[in-house]
Design a protein around this ligand. Structure first.
Ligand code: SF4
Length: 244
């Protein structure tokens, strides 16, 4: 069991009310390379940036659970929760606990995008959709940064955030996320397809521990000296074995 008295540990669901100040560059990142269209889309991006920031209601929910063990493709948490994924035990080597988090932009942007598409304003709709994604990413990163900072202040090393539906963790991980978190409190629901509503929502799992092996800090990540050249989870470039 964790023995740090931080207010973070062992609490149940914690709701985060977030304020997102969106920069147009964050919207461009979600739109992808615009090439020659950048100039002609600039006004749409500026407008979408302003609209998305005002129409969103960014909120999040998080919970911390102790890790009991990690073996044979499964991580066992306190209270009987289990996360399954072939590579999860490697990510959880040395983990004492994990943060489960969901952050959402709310439904405001996607409702407007649906109306735009219905009216035939496809370009404006695509740009606003990207702005909604940027709000959700910004909200999740804010929460992540705050929670990681609190854990580091309490003396823990923090691992890379893992998302259901990516290499280390199957999409079924969403079922665990929604078992652990009372997402209703921020009006987020899991659909039968395992997608979330609102769509502009992110879910993540972040391991931590005083002896965590796979840390998020580039200076400490073991990937730099690990020869597993085909590893799909590599956090840092291979720089060779020290002393070779
Ligand atoms: S590169 Fe090596 S240390 Fe890094 S995640 Fe892959 S197996 Fe682990």
């Amino acid at each position: 069991m964790l023995d740090n008295p931080s207010h973070l540990l062992h609490e149940m669901n914690r709701v985060h009310n977030l304020a997102v100040e969106l920069d147009p560059e964050e919207v461009w990142r979600c739109l992808g390379p615009a090439g020659n269209a950048r100039e002609s889309l600039n006004a749409d991006v500026l407008q979408a940036t302003g609209f998305a920031a005002s129409a969103s209601n960014p909120r999040g929910i998080s919970r911390i659970l102790n890790v009991e063990s990690a073996k044979r493709g499964k991580v066992y948490f306190e209270s009987g929760y289990i996360a399954e994924g072939k590579r999860l035990p490697h990510i959880f080597e040395g983990a004492e606990g994990a943060v489960f988090l969901i952050a959402t932009a709310g439904p405001g942007v996607e409702t407007e995008v649906a109306s735009m598409m219905e009216r035939g304003d496809h370009i404006e709709g695509v740009v606003l959709d990207a702005a909604g994604s940027a709000v959700a990413i910004n909200a999740a990163e804010q929460m992540q940064a705050q929670l990681m900072w609190e854990l580091e202040q309490a003396g823990y090393k923090v691992g890379p955030p893992i998302t259901p539906g990516t290499e280390p963790w199957d999409i079924e991980g969403q079922l665990t996320m929604f078992d652990v978190l009372i997402a209703d409190e921020i009006d987020v629901t899991l659909l039968e397809s395992l997608l979330m509503y609102p769509q502009k929502t992110q879910s993540k799992l972040i391991p931590f521990g005083r002896e965590l092996r796979l840390v998020n800090n580039p200076d400490e990540a073991p990937c730099r000296t690990c020869r597993a050249s085909r590893c799909p989870m590599r956090l840092e470039e291979y720089v060779g074995i020290l002393g070779e």
